[in-house]
Write a protein that binds this ligand. Structure first.
Ligand code: ZN
Ligand code: ZN
Length: 155
């Protein structure tokens, strides 16, 4: 327990110091935590159990329709705000426990991000090296067989 207290010393200040806001539309990150203080000073205050100053959590507004991912993102950022500044094992362990990320099929935002990643690939089609058949890429992993000639897939 003592360890937990040391890990999240800003928790007791959140009521007073924390503001939530939506990120600007051109922001691609899902969420972020902003402190007014510099990192060195912040770590010093964490060590001394001193107040962290103003904290802002920004969330991406695409999350409004994706409750599970919203909660996951918010939990992630609130832990930062509470003083778990780094992405270490404890941070991700707690997030997974209190607000696990949605599965791909449950999340419209994750699907959309995945779609954008796919769209950014140089080739959006698979081409069978045996018969030349082309088809649209719907998944990131390579197909095992060509859907037309059924030969093992090679590009
Ligand atoms: Zn983070
Ligand atoms: Zn083929």
């Amino acid at each position: 327990m003592r360890k937990d207290k040391l890990e999240a010393p800003f928790l007791k200040y959140l009521d007073k110091e924390l503001t939530l806001e939506w990120l600007p539309d051109d922001e691609s990150r899902l969420g972020l935590t902003r402190f007014e203080l510099e990192a060195n000073e912040l770590y010093r205050r964490r060590r001394l159990n001193a107040p962290p100053g103003k904290i802002t959590i920004g969330l991406n507004s695409i999350l409004v329709d994706d409750n599970k991912l919203l909660q996951h993102t918010l939990a992630h950022e609130i832990l930062h705000a509470a003083g778990l500044l780094d992405h270490d094992g404890i941070h991700s362990k707690i997030v997974r426990k209190v607000a696990p990320p949605p599965k791909l099929k449950e999340s419209i935002v994750l699907k959309k991000i995945r779609q954008e990643v796919l769209a950014g690939l140089p080739e959006r089609q698979w081409i069978c090296g045996s018969c030349g058949f082309t088809w649209e890429r719907k998944r990131v992993t390579r197909p095992t067989r060509c859907p037309k000639c059924a030969k093992p897939f090679k590009a």
